[in-house]
Design a protein around this ligand. Structure first.
Ligand code: ZN
Length: 203
């Protein structure tokens, strides 16, 4: 199982990190070992002093496919989730400066939070879903999938030209503005269309 992650998919988040607007989706992969086991606390790794949360809508792939045409992409998933792409921002900034890969900053153990899954037919339109992240009961990130630069079906088509998608693979579709640092004892809650999708404690 692989986690395919999209960077810079929401304009306001691109601006807050002073990144360039990409001409194509930014894609990276997290290993399966980065998945935080269910109901487990997240431990801030000792190699970082600045771990950021990035709340993201998730899509679970249900069958094998490559070179998927955008108009058939919807037949490759029927579950939607919400998760966090934890990022060691200090380490990532150093790697970016040197033009090096980001894996250490984004693929470390526990860096992928995957909440519960809901059938996509529970949503009227997956291209118009509100989601948010609460830190200690205060909303810190708020987004709507309508504001993605590349929508879910476009992303599936795009990534499948490079990576064969397999049953159980998960796509992290990018984060909206509002990313920020976590500290020990923080409590994070993810909401998708008014439903709680995950909650976790930071240690
Ligand atoms: Zn992300």
């Amino acid at each position: 199982m692989k986690l395919i992650c999209i960077g810079r998919n929401y304009t306001e988040h691109i601006e807050e990190l002073a990144n360039e607007r990409p001409e194509e989706p930014v894609v990276f992969i997290k290993p399966d070992s980065s998945v935080l086991p269910k109901e487990q606390d997240f431990y801030i790794p000792e190699f970082s002093k600045e771990v950021h949360y990035e709340v993201e809508v998730l899509v679970k792939i249900k069958k094998v496919g490559k070179h998927i045409d955008e108009k058939f992409a919807h037949t490759y998933y029927d579950e939607i989730g919400l998760g966090i792409d934890f990022t060691a921002r200090d380490l990532q900034s150093k790697l970016k400066e040197k033009g090096l890969p980001w894996e250490k900053a984004k693929g470390f153990d526990g860096a992928a939070v995957i909440g519960r899954w809901l059938p996509k037919n529970r949503f009227e339109n997956t291209n118009n879903m509100d989601f948010s992240l609460l830190k200690n009961d205060t909303v810190v990130q708020k987004g709507n999938t309508a504001h993605m630069l590349w929508k879910i079906d476009e992303l599936i088509s795009y990534v499948s030209t490079y990576f064969m998608l397999k049953k159980g693979d998960i796509i992290f579709t990018g984060t909206p503005a509002g990313v920020g640092k976590i500290q020990a004892n923080d409590y994070l809650t993810g909401i998708l269309e008014a439903q709680e999708m995950f909650h976790l404690k930071i240690k």
